[in-house]
Design a protein around this ligand. Structure first.
Ligand code: HEC
Length: 113
């Protein structure tokens, strides 16, 4: 019984360790001032060419940030002067947290949640 309890605790802690941190993403987005372009609600962006992020799929947001980092990769790189500099230097964990936070926000981009 004791071993089962320890095992369950172990599973719970590893699960938490790998889960994206929405609060961490929120904090980082505020520090980096992502809202200055994407809008305070991440939906009302300041220009039509600045994409809406609120409620977008988490995996898509993560993939997009990653793509800006590997901009010259012919297969999945995404070259954009503005976002290239924004994404530069973000760690994998930071990008996952940002994606989790932005995906958690209310927005009409997802059909069903
Ligand atoms: C100076 C303005 C500006 C700032 C600040 C900014 N962005 Fe962007 N962002 C843009 C523009 C412009 C695009 C569209 C680029 C393109 O055409 O690929 C974009 C695109 C994106 C995309 C891709 C969306 C999609 O639908 O493909 C993501 C994700 C994103 N930004 C996240 C962020 C995050 C997270 C931050 C803060 C760390 C941030 N942005 C800060 C202007 C900005």
């Amino acid at each position: 019984m004791k071993f089962i309890a320890i095992y369950v605790l172990f599973l719970a802690s590893t699960g938490l360790a790998f889960a994206a941190d929405i609060e961490g993403g929120k904090k980082l987005a505020a520090e980096r001032n992502c809202a200055s372009c994407h809008g305070p609600d991440y939906y009302t962006s300041i220009l039509p060419t600045y994409p809406r992020l609120a409620g977008q799929h988490e995996d898509y947001l993560y993939y997009a940030l990653r793509s800006y980092q590997v901009e010259t990769n012919a297969n999945y790189g995404r070259k954009n002067a503005v976002m290239g500099s924004q994404a530069k230097g973000l760690t994998d964990k930071q990008m996952r947290n940002l994606a989790a936070y932005l995906a958690s926000l209310p927005g009409p981009l997802v059909v069903r949640k």
